[in-house]
Design a protein around this ligand. Structure first.
Ligand SMILES: *Cc1c(COP(=O)(O)O)cnc(C)c1O
Length: 397
């Protein structure tokens, strides 16, 4: 049997390769940081990690993880509701709810699971999910697992959202779902306007703060803080795998009865293992750190501003970012791949994206800034951009 199937897979893989879509991995032989060492000994500056607050190699978090492992062991060998809940898990859930100013929180192995397990327990075929067209894959999958009617509105387009809300008025319940920051343009969801429409059309609101928590808002608490929407958002989801330390783990936080129902019925929570004590312990320490000071967020913001300003004055075409994601527009798919490859030769890791990841003719280099970047890192990256930009003739002056 495998012979025919093998041939089929080989052909498919070859087609992926020929389309230039084959994903190759870089093997890093150092901690994740602004400066990384590859397996072959080469060093590079990393501008394509979600390490927004630079906590991925934090000694304080590593020490907290070690302490939790020593005191509470390596693993839980259980789902939460059988015998997989420690004091640490409850403490981390309280810290998350405190950070987002919500009633309660529930942990998952990843935000992918949080989004996969949020809709099906809460909504039925009588209800409607109204989802931004650029929402993350895990939201799309979560919606697919639920029988509710589906409506999709154009990215951050409030007129289209309003039209979809009107279409969905006959449904029992409606929920608007959006990412806080969209990962390709780095734009933020207009939460205040979304909440206004939700009130006008009697809808619930859910936001996935994976790329926005720790990053946007006056003290980095996410889009709820940026648009002062506390009390108007019913459900938040998020990850511990980006700004919040970069290890692994996800959560849903929000109104009490919603979290209570998820604990009873959310399948990735009920049928998947509890996060290990070290992740819970380090997570608690991470929220303590963010409460003590918003210095890391300040540094991130200063880095984003510095980078943007220098790149614009060098003549690059940059999307007006509102986050730590900076899209350097090249428009041409092949050019974006060539550009990223030349940047790698200069020791700078950035990612070239093109159709179908972004719309046709919208190819770009995505740069992700971090609080871990020092000025010399930024200057080196900018110099490499200018050198490669000149070579490839993409500078506007
Ligand atoms: C990264 C991301 C996720 C997935 O988070 P994991 O914890 O890595 O599973 C979910 N939603 C959004 C918007 C993301 O950016």
């Amino acid at each position: 049997m495998y012979g025919k199937f093998q041939k089929y897979l080989q052909d498919e893989l070859q087609a992926i390769e020929e389309a230039g879509l084959y994903k190759k991995e870089r093997n890093i032989a150092s901690p994740q940081s602004a400066e990384i060492t590859l397996q072959d000994g080469r060093k590079a500056l990393n501008f394509c990690a979600n390490n927004y607050l630079g906590l991925a190699d934090s000694p304080r978090l590593a020490a907290a993880a070690e302490k939790a492992m020593k005191e509470r062991g390596y693993g839980m060998s259980s789902v939460r509701f059988i015998c997989g809940t420690q004091d640490l898990h409850k403490e981390l859930e309280r810290a998350i709810a405190d950070y987002f100013r919500t009633d309660d929180a529930i942990l998952y192995a990843a935000c992918f699971d949080a989004n996969g397990g949020v809709f099906e327990p809460l909504l039925t075929a009588e209800d409607a999910i109204i989802s931004d067209s650029l929402n993350h894959a895990s939201i799309i999958d979560g919606v697919r697992l639920c029988k509710a009617q589906r409506f999709r509105y154009a990215n951050a387009d409030m007129a289209d959202l309003e039209a979809k809300l009107q279409e969905a008025q006959a449904c029992r319940f409606r929920i608007i779902v959006t990412d806080g920051v969209f990962s390709m343009d780095g734009n933020v969801a207009p939460m205040d306007k979304i909440c206004d429409l939700a009130e006008k059309y009697d809808a619930l609101v859910m936001v996935d703060e994976s790329h926005s928590a720790g990053v946007v808002g006056p003290t980095g608490h996410g889009v709820a803080e940026q648009f002062d929407c506390y009390g108007r958002i019913d459900i938040f989801t998020g990850t511990l795998g980006k700004a919040f330390g970069g290890a692994v783990g996800g959560f849903t936080t929000g109104r009490q009865e919603i979290i209570d129902m998820l604990r009873q019925r959310s399948r990735p929570y009920l049928f998947s293992n509890s996060i290990p004590p070290m992740i819970a312990g380090a997570g608690i320490e991470m929220f303590k750190m963010l409460k003590e000071s918003d210095e890391l967020h300040g540094r991130l913001q200063a880095n984003v501003e510095y980078f943007r300003e220098k790149m614009l004055s060098a003549g690059f075409d940059i999307k007006p970012t509102q986050s730590a994601i900076c899209a350097v527009m090249l428009y041409d798919a092949k050019l974006s791949q060539e550009f990223a490859a030349k940047m790698a030769e200069e020791g700078i890791f950035v990612t070239g994206f093109y159709y179908p990841v972004v719309p046709k003719g919208q190819a770009r280099i995505r740069v992700q800034l971090s609080a871990a970047h020092r000025q010399e890192h930024l200057d080196k990256a900018i110099a490499a951009f200018i050198k490669v930009g000149r070579e490839l003739g993409v500078l506007r002056k």
